[in-house]
Design a protein around this ligand. Sequence first.
Ligand code: 13P
Length: 248
Amino acid sequence: MRQTLIAGNWKMNLTVSETEEFFKNFKFRKKENVELLLCPPFTDIPITRFFLERTSVKWGAQDVYPSPKGAFTGEISPSMLKDLGCTYVICGHSERRQILGESDEFVGKKVQAVLKEGLTPILCVGETLEEREAEKTEKRISEEIGAAFSLLKKEEIEKIVIAYEPIWAIGSGRAATAEDAEKISFFIRHTVKEAAGKKAAESVRILYGGSVNADNIADFLKEKDIDGGLIGGASLKPESFLAIYKNA
Ligand code: 13P
């Protein structure tokens, strides 16, 4: 049985003092079957840890550099994140792929490095509007997943989380329909099965991301292959994020 995961990706939002403010209003009733995760900017991880370490809520990072240490100015290693109590790391968010030019191969290395440190990668995949209109969604997702899986053993693939985030749905207020998101999530699970077998296909959690809110989360979670949500804008306010958790 896969546990539902509701993950917040704050992107480049909230200073340390704004994060303190966020947690002052972060009050909720724990649900046994839903895991809650926040991925703040690197600078907010210590304060996030301070507020969350005695709760069931987990924290993680939005990115990582795929090397243990060394001359990589400005970068953060998997062990640095582990030392801060992170348990999840988002890898290959479309904003990093598009704005910072991260390749499928580089993202694959991140996934591999995160697993090596005993953390859980959240591999983000998804198509642009052009790719969707050209019916290239499955091709694009196969490439993204294939580049990561080519570096992983079957036992490693079993542990990852994959987030399907259609690029056109991110921050647009125009979420995919639950049916469309399920169709792609089913395809992703099938791809996992082909690469790593039935056990991996049954254990990998697939999240949907892109304009998720408290009103649509339940529709996505009703689908058989969708195990949670990766939430941007609506995770920035405790009320809206917790409303999603409540409805999950
Ligand atoms: P929005 O929820 O703001 O559409 O962002 C989704 C996202 O990119 C999460 O990683």
